[in-house]
Design a binder for this molecule. Structure first.
Ligand code: AR6
Length: 183
């Protein structure tokens, strides 16, 4: 599904984020930045060892990455030139600031990409796998954050949500319809 928000194309699709040709892709990492399972594992496998080398340098400089923050490395062997690593919150019932932390993960990824002059970026569904954030709630936060960001900054040509499963895509699509219907 493609929609236009000002000069930015917002695309929701089913696919594998490691195959995307946007300038940057976003990794749903953990604070250690040392790789893991899920989309994190897939990105490190497809991108090769240079990504981990750069992650190690970042950790040596700033320590572990706090939840909601974002840093950038090369894309290594990926089509994307850059990987933006962010850390979404672990869901623990909703009373520990999870919504705001998830919003921060999207917002800070977009903001960092913008600072680096990146014009196209792909996101996975951050926190909705191993971190168990409820999907519908996460989709609404992800899409509202992106929509609000794009309404304030017009430098992105394209922002993609690359959903790994058809069911996740359907939930994101419905969330978008609900959000855009409220305008
Ligand atoms: N392309 C797009 N989406 C994918 C791909 C892929 N290749 N592979 C999985 N997904 P998760 P989290 C989807 O668990 O919940 C890691 O071990 C997946 O179906 O990857 O933020 C990290 O190191 C799900 O919808 O990330 C952390 O420790 C979404 O990506 C922890 O998991 C996110 O699931 C982070 O957990």
């Amino acid at each position: 599904m493609d929609v236009r928000i000002g000069s930015t194309l917002l695309r929701l699709m089913v696919g594998d984020i490691t195959k995307q040709d946007t300038e940057a892709i976003v990794n749903a990492a953990n604070s250690s930045l040392m790789g893991g399972g899920g989309v994190d594992g897939a990105i490190h496998r497809a991108g090769g060892p240079r990504i981990l080398e750069e992650c190690k340098k970042i950790v040596a400089q700033i320590g572990s990455l706090p939840t909601g923050r974002a840093v950038m490395t090369t894309g290594g062997n990926l089509k994307a030139r850059f990987v933006i690593h962010t850390v979404g919150p672990v869901w623990s019932g909703g009373g520990r600031g999870e919504d705001e932390l998830l919003r921060n993960a999207y917002y800070n990824s977009l903001s960092l990409a913008g600072d680096k002059g990146i014009r196209s970026i792909s996101f996975p569904s951050i926190s909705t796998g191993a971190y168990r954030f409820p999907l519908e709630r996460a989709a609404a936060i992800a899409l509202t954050t992106v929509r609000d960001f794009v309404q304030e900054h017009d430098f992105f040509e394209e922002i993609r949500f690359v959903l790994f499963r058809e069911d996740d895509y359907r939930v994101y699509r419905q969330a978008w319809e609900k959000i855009s219907g409220e305008d």
